[in-house]
Design a binder for this molecule. Structure first.
Ligand code: TYM
Length: 332
């Protein structure tokens, strides 16, 4: 096994936004240079809340095209669709038997999502974190690049792996979360106390990865700031702090450097600089996306090839797990 095996998952729901890009996708791309990288588009997670079936397939292709446009190279990583590898669901069930009900009941994201459901809070939504643990543990991944909102899910998967190993022997790898130093929590531009997300927060405050230049500029220019004048980070300056972090990531410099450069500038000039930099950052991704998205047969072929490689790894883990748990015939 490679020394470093990186695994992460992303949902094929909504339009992917700058938070996904800065918090996660950027790390996925970089992961390809650091180890064996495996990335999964998690359609089974998506259906824990109601989805329109036809739209779900569209979004899955959107997400695959965005990931490739952002720099995932199917020759250098494994990119696949979760539902193509049935081992995820089987391992989910097996891990469910070593997961504390009380732990699932404490998950913030479950509570938040449950509150938003009008008709049904599905048992699948409750089990969501167990499936997420199965995604990672099936590959014995060592590292999981994610944004800050996934911390609790990562802690839970570590606990599950430890409990499984304590009971059945050291079969699973206890993975580490990897959070970006800057940009692990990108905030909504209109409501900088709330994380940027497609499910909550205003559309005007959410910058999409695939978005026209003018719309990106307008959203950044109308970002909510504060009544002060200084371009620096601070607890009472959530809006400006967010923009500083965004510019820092986009330019690849430390946030302190951004603060130094804009020392004495007004918010208007600063916002224009952020808008320009962001447009330059996203435009090439959008252009590549446009070229990739139309060829669904090619996207499907990439996902199928990825699933084939993923299945080989996951099947090996599952064979060990089944054997250790004592289900199915004994291994010869
Ligand atoms: P999802 O699809 O909601 O988000 C994908 C990734 O984007 C990050 N992210 C953010 N980062 C910074 N600022 C934000 N505002 C922001 N919003 C989203 C998320 O942290 C995530 O890394 N449960 C996961 C999907 C998943 C998964 C996995 C992740 C399923 N199985 C296994 C890792 C490993 C989710 O809903 O991500």
């Amino acid at each position: 096994m490679a020394e470093r095996r990186i695994f992460s998952g992303i949902q094929p729901t909504g339009r992917k936004h700058l938070g996904n890009y800065i918090g996660a996708i950027r790390q996925y791309v970089e992961g390809q240079n650091r180890g064996e990288a495996i990335y999964c588009i998690v359609d089974l997670h998506a259906i824990t809340v109601p989805q329109d079936p036809a739209e779900l397939r569209e979004r899955l292709h959107d997400t695959a095209a965005i990931l490739i446009a952002a720099g995932l190279d199917p020759e250098r990583c494994i990119l696949f669709r979760q539902s193509d590898v049935v081992e995820h669901t089987e391992l989910c069930w097996l891990l469910g038997t070593v997961t504390a009900w009380g732990d699932l009941n404490r998950m913030h994201q479950f509570k938040e999502k449950a509150e938003q459901q009008r008709e049904l809070v599905s048992a699948g939504l409750f089990f969501y974190p167990v499936l997420q643990a199965a995604d990672v543990l099936a590959y014995r991944a060592t590292e999981v690049p994610v944004g800050d909102d996934q911390r609790q899910h990562i802690e839970l998967m570590r606990d599950i792996a430890e409990r499984f190993n304590a009971r059945f022997g050291e079969l699973l790898v206890v993975p580490e979360g990897r959070y970006p130093e800057v940009g692990a929590r990108i905030m909504n531009l209109q409501d900088p106390e709330t994380r940027m997300s497609t499910t909550y927060g205003s559309e005007q405050g959410t910058v999409y990865i695939v978005e026209e230049d003018d719309a990106v500029r307008a959203k950044v220019r109308s970002a909510v700031t504060d009544s002060g004048t200084e371009v620096r980070r601070g607890p009472d300056k959530a809006g400006i702090t967010n923009l500083i972090e965004i510019l820092s990531v986009v330019r690849g410099v430390a946030p302190e450097e951004v603060e130094r450069e804009f020392d004495g500038s007004g918010y208007g000039d600063f916002k224009s600089a952020v808008a320009d930099a962001l447009v330059q950052y996203l435009a090439p991704v959008r252009e590549r996306y446009a070229g990739l998205r139309g060829d669904e047969a090619a996207l499907e072929a990439t996902l199928a090839a990825g699933a084939e490689k993923a299945r080989v790894i996951a099947a090996e883990t599952l064979a060990d797990v089944r054997d250790a748990v004592g289900i199915g015939p004994a291994r010869a």
